[in-house]
Structure formats: C-alpha cells, structure tokens
Design a protein around this ligand. Sequence first.
Ligand code: MN
Length: 233
Amino acid sequence: MVDRTAMDYVIPPSPRPTLPVAGSDLLFPVRRVYCIGRNYAEHAREMGHDPDREPPFFFQKSPENLIADGVFPFPAHSSDVQFEVEMAVFLKSGGVDIDAARALDHVFGYGVALDMTRRDLQGEAKKLGRPWEVGKAFEHSAPCSPVWPAAQTGHPSAGEIWLDQNGTRRQTGDLQQMIWGVGEQIAVLSRYFKLGGGDVILTGTPAGVGRVARGDELDAGVAGVGQLHVTVA
Ligand code: MN
C-alpha cells in the first residue's frame, strides 16, 4: 500500500480506537469487535432459548463502542437498557480456519467488558427478523477494562465472572460454564471471517442480566483477569 499523509484524504481520517494496556503506557489498537450470543446455558434459558441445540452465533459492535473511561451515558431511544458482563479476548494475530487447539496462540490478553444492550430495540429486531445493531452497537455500548496481557493472566478457562449493581450481586457465573470455550470461538469465527491482530471477542454473558438506571454504579470482574467499574451517567 502507498504511504499517504493526511493531505491525501478528502476528509480527516478518524483515529484508530485504542484501549490501554494494564501496567504499561502502551495501547491496544482495536480492529473489529465480535460478540458471541447465548454462550452460557443459564443465560440462554433466561432469554427463552434451548442452549443445547444451537451452534455459536456472532454479531459485531463497532470498534468505537469500546471505551475504557468508566462512564456509560444512558442512551436515547430505549427504556430498557441492560448490562451483560463478559470476558473480553484481545487478539494479537489472526488468520482463517484456525485450529481450536492452537487458537490461544493468537490471544494477546484478556479483559472485562459490558455488552450494553437496548433490550427493547433488540427484542423488536428479533421479532421482525432485523439486524441487531440498533440494540447492540450504539455509542458507548461496550464499556471496557484495560487489556491485561496473557503473559500475566495466563489463559483463564475457569473462575468466577460477576457483576454488582449498586453493591448488589446481579450476575454470577463461571468461565467453565461457557458452552463454547475461547479457543472454539476463535476457531469458528475464523471459518467465517479473516481474523486479525486487534480483533476483540466478547465471549458471552452469564445469567442475571438486568436493567440499568442513571446514577447506577456497576462493578464487574473476571477472576484471574481483573475488574471494571462503570458509572451510568
Ligand atoms: Mn452479550
């Protein structure tokens, strides 16, 4: 590709979204954001689905939706905005048709993210067979922790994942309850998409999703990875 300066663009190009890397001044450049649906059986059941019959499915958020400033502005056009705590996986490399057994070699690190959802708009989209973007990929819809390198965390496959709303436990589960593990998610995704360094995967939420209100304080965490604090503004 030709090296081009800002002068070459018809409008100024947007900067690449980034996340801070914990314990360092370095940044993680976000490329794409994939989210897996219904990856914990109890959550699939609470949403009215049979978890045993469904292969994994994915949707995307926009890279700009991942924000690590600890603030979630309550969005417009919804009266049912819900939290979903998820472990985030950050890829350092990618490819196609990745073998599940080698998939974790592509992981740079892990984090804690919220897949914030305008549930009323998502519900309407489901009913009408429409895409989910208006319910899932709105501005600030993915509050995120810093990235913790796998060199520090290892590759967690067990441990509690939880969310407290104003000090009360709302969501709790264990990474072991994932229907599709991280390596399997990467393998399946890479059959449909060419994955790359900078890609982020939100790995699904355990049971207990619920509504937020302005002023809420949300604390979430994944054992062995880290924690996230978010204020609903
Ligand atoms: Mn989710």
